[in-house]
Design a protein around this ligand. Sequence first.
Ligand code: MG
Length: 404
Amino acid sequence: MTNSSAASMPGAQSEAPPRRVAILGSTGSVGTQTIELIAREPDKYQVVALAARQNVKLLAEQAHALNPELVVVADESKYLEMKDAVADLPGVKVAAGAVAVVEAAEMNSDWVMAAIVGAAGLPSTIAAAKRGAKLAFANKETLVCAGPLMMDLVAKHGCKLLPVDSEHNAIYQVFDEEHREGIARLIITASGGPFRTWSREHMEKATPEQAGKHPVWNMGAKICIDSATLMNKTLEVIEAAYLFQMPSELIDVLVHPQSVIHSMVEYKDGSTLAQLGSPDMRIPIGYCLAWPDRMTTPAPKLDLVKIGQLTFEEPDPVRFPALRLGREALKLSGTAPALMNAANEVAVQAFLDGRIGFLDIEKIIEATLGQGPVVALTDLDVLMDADAAARAYAGEHVAKLAKK
Ligand code: MG
């Protein structure tokens, strides 16, 4: 169909120029699914920047398919390899290092996907917010660590924050911002992770492979371990508290193993609004990509007859202490959530490397949070210092617990 015939059709949308898109974390789980969706509607999106940590092979493939203006590999040691891999694309500029990732966020794109895992994604996410971009953020650590700073920047620069995290995306879709005084509480659903029914004794001997097998969602390695400890849900409670400006005591967690209801908003009058869908990240990614329109995605449509039954349980605070730790961090505020996040990142990596046991993760987090010091979050430098100190302390703790 040509543009002119589309324009003359009754009800046809006027042809907008393609949305200029930057994808930070393009080779990860969210990044590749974003590109899969863009490939379905190539006329609507023009990818101008791609950034990834170190997967040169996939990044080069993406560059050949999308022909962006800038390709960034965060790992500086991969610069020459990257340059070589796209040498046949004269229009593509290659850069490397953390500063270049921020440059990719600062380019004049309309829409940025912030999908770099962990606190490493913070500077680029903040750079995109400062530009007032439409910012799809899959990087929950940004809000966990820098929530108040980030929300101030969002308000000041007119940035449109679009949550990719499935729970927050669900709440976003049913959260009546204009009448928020009618909202009683948020209910964040949790699949319960791979150890939902495991005893503490059993968990103590859990391997990275067992913890990495998420029962429902297809996700990256770090987030799979976070799902097994329920730290992922903890990070999500903090993320929701900042994003929706709700106090921790009005945010509940509900275990829902089928992961069909992605979260809910309960209103004062007793109405509860939920967003339902197949557990497929292409739904929230597509929501953010096309916002405020809707796009067709290849995610399977929900078949409630086939599913038959939806079940719910209270989370078990004894077997999963992560939820308590998160609420403590949120109450302490300031740099506390950043300390908790840093300790978790260090501990999860040590567990994935086989250096510590599964239950050591929570010990390292609790010790790091107890060590502090927790200070007011006045600017990004304070945050970075707290993050570095917490990583150093957690690293020492890992060494003490490490298997001989
Ligand atoms: Mg989530």
